[in-house]
Design a protein around this ligand. Structure first.
Ligand code: DGL
Length: 268
């Protein structure tokens, strides 16, 4: 039994799509979330910068006395997982491997598309992970750097989002893929827009549910489930405007986020 919260972070709001699935699957667990919106996007930054941010975010969460770290950000996972995985004495869960497992399970024609930030696509982590699971799968990648700012702005389904999605995705559609990995935790919020461009024949694969399953497994393996009579506590922190975090966060989680707090992440 371990009553400490799970620590989750992302470059901004996207990781809330992962938090939502963790909460659905593990409704008794407490969670501390940090969204680094003040320094987003990560995906256009250098690997060194993303590694620095990742360690700062983890140090902040460790200060909150957490029992597990969930890197709910593909870019941070892609740039730093080898360094981070064994640097702490609590478990670290990332998002790339679970997303790859879903893609391999979903594809029938063995043509898979992967979209993500520039840093994630350039790192080649999805290609490596998917090929390791099934070497016969053909992978087509595309970086979509404008998607994260669109999501952080709350422009999930308007004409501009639609136009940008067409620009990025029509060339992928022509490859005949039957599954598209949303290799960035912000992208599930563009699900309807992306789906309109890709059409019904292409399944959109998000890692969020798969990540939640891994979190559950790790908790069970470590005998670390929360066991308290009173309900779980969710705490939210951001490095940018609390008002913006709360208003977009409410739409993502479909409920009111109470008392998000702004922190100075550079202190960590
Ligand atoms: N949600 C992050 C990811 O999964 C977005 C990265 C960014 O801030 O560019 O990659």
């Amino acid at each position: 039994m371990d009553n400490r919260p799970i620590g989750v972070f992302d470059s901004g709001l996207g990781g809330l799509t992962v938090l939502k699935e963790i909460r659905n699957l593990l409704p008794t667990e407490s969670i501390v979330y940090f969204g680094d919106s003040g320094r987003a996007p990560y995906g256009t930054k250098s690997k060194e910068t993303v590694i620095k941010y990742t360690f700062q975010n983890i140090r902040f969460l460790l200060n909150q006395d957490i029992k597990m770290i969930v890197i709910a950000c593909n870019t941070a996972s892609a740039c730093s997982i080898d360094l981070v995985k064994h640097s702490f004495d609590i478990p670290v869960v990332e998002v790339v491997e679970p997303g790859s497992v879903s893609a391999v399970r979903e594809t029938v024609n063995k043509k898979v598309g992967v979209i993500g930030t520039i840093a994630t696509v350039n790192s080649g982590v999805y290609e490596k992970a998917i090929s390791r699971l099934d070497p016969s799968i053909e992978i087509f990648q595309k970086a979509c750097p404008m998607f994260v700012p669109l999501v952080e702005e709350g422009w999930w389904e308007n004409d501009i989002a639609q136009r940008i999605a067409e620009e990025y995705l029509l060339s992928l559609k022509e490859k005949g893929i039957d599954s598209l990995v949303l290799g960035c935790t912000h992208y599930p919020l563009l699900h309807n827009t992306i789906s309109k461009v890709m059409g019904e024949g292409v399944k959109l694969v998000s890692s969020a549910l798969e990540v939640a399953k891994v979190v559950k497994e790790v908790i069970n393996e470590n005998n670390a489930a929360r066991n308290e009579k009173i309900g779980p506590v969710y705490r939210f922190y951001t490095s940018d405007s609390v008002e913006k975090f709360e208003s977009l966060g409410n739409s993502i989680l479909n409920e009111k986020i109470r008392s998000a707090e702004k922190i100075d992440i550079e202190r960590y």
